[in-house]
Design a protein around this ligand. Structure first.
Ligand code: GH3
Ligand code: MG
Ligand code: MG
Ligand code: MG
Length: 308
């Protein structure tokens, strides 16, 4: 099923992609623009600094990069891009007039996916771009299938497990607390029984969005942990901060006042268990078990509750 879906994307239409062209010579940019326009949206930068700025404004789908530039070389820029988590996965193709082996090697070492030589052959350029965009898109689809929950569009359990491990690994650079919230929709079986599973699915989608919009820091994330359970990870957050977020989420659900006539609160509510851990303090990683036990306690205290 998954294979055939990917397979059908082999002849992917890559037109409309945004290509950033970086070259200190405007004439070279013009040449490439003439080849790529109007199939692709072409952005141009004549220096490494400008390129970095443009990348952060709008992440391009692919970058064509000149090697020899006065202030910051293409190799240097490529190194910087590869160190930035937001831009790391954008394929970089060097456009270069070099013909010595050593410089060719340094292009690969800098993290390029390919290079083409000047003067640029239009057909080669177009085909290389299409090939690398296709790989990039297929990779994105694969990551989506592996790490994103199909119903709600938030991360799935696998993503949660892997990312939590990152914080808990020995040698992790995290020295601050990491908080985990385990959230469970109250009396959801009754909701499905009364309103039907399709309505239930809609509630799950709304719930995911409600949690997502209650998270304020870019590093915070929510994942669907199981059926009607969501796990929130709050990096660099102590117990006090976690309580604040959990209470914000609980009250967001309560105030949304989504009808649930068969629940004791007569509206859709959630219960949340909180736990925190800190690798530097050698606290163990039974963070999910602890959050789960606290969630159970929240349930037994009447639901619509955060515990502790
Ligand atoms: P509690 O307040 O103790 O959490 O009670 P509950 O009814 O929410 O808990 P229980 O574990 O008994 O039921 C969870 C329900 O969630 C049962 C299941 O049908 C429903 N559920 C799980 N996944 C989905 C889904 O993808 N869609 C829908 N509509 N319902 C789901
Ligand atoms: Mg140059
Ligand atoms: Mg449950
Ligand atoms: Mg439940």
């Amino acid at each position: 099923m998954v294979i055939s879906k990917l397979d059908s994307q082999v002849q992917m239409d890559t037109s409309g992609a945004t290509i950033l062209v970086v070259d200190d010579q405007p004439i070279n940019i013009q040449t490439i623009y003439n080849i790529l326009n109007p199939t692709y949206v072409v952005l141009a930068a004549t220096s490494g600094e400008d390129a970095l700025e443009l990348c952060l404004e709008k992440i391009p789908d692919l970058i064509l990069l000149d090697v020899l530039m006065p202030d910051m070389s293409g190799l240097e820029l490529c190194g910087l891009l590869k160190r930035d988590e937001r831009i790391r996965d954008v394929p970089v193709i060097f456009v270069t007039s070099i013909n010595d082996q050593e410089e060719e090697s340094s292009c690969w070492e800098a993290g390029a996916v390919d290079f083409i030589t000047k003067p640029v052959n239009a057909t080669t350029l177009i085909n290389r771009i299409r090939a690398h965009l296709t790989i990039k898109y297929q990779r994105d689809i694969l990551l989506q299938l592996v790490f994103v929950d199909g119903l709600t569009g938030v991360y799935n359990r696998r993503y949660f497990d892997e990312h939590l491990l990152k914080f808990g690994n020995i040698g992790s650079r995290t020295t601050t607390d990491t908080a985990v919230l385990l959230l469970d929709i109250d009396s959801f079986k009754l909701y499905n029984d009364h309103y039907g599973h399709l309505k239930g699915d809609e509630v799950l989608r709304n719930a995911a969005n409600l949690v997502k919009s209650s998270l304020l820091r870019p590093a915070d994330f929510v994942s669907r942990y199981g059926g009607e359970e969501f796990a929130v990870v709050l990096p660099d957050t102590d117990f006090e901060g976690a309580s604040e977020v959990a209470e914000r989420i609980r009250s967001a659900f309560f105030n949304k006042n989504i009808e649930h006539v068969t629940s004791s609160h007569r509206r859709l509510t959630v219960s949340i268990g909180i736990s925190t851990f800190n690798v530097a303090k050698k606290q163990n990683m039974k963070v999910v078990e602890l959050a789960d036990a606290n969630l159970y306690e929240a349930k037994s205290r009447g639901r619509n509750t955060v515990y502790p």
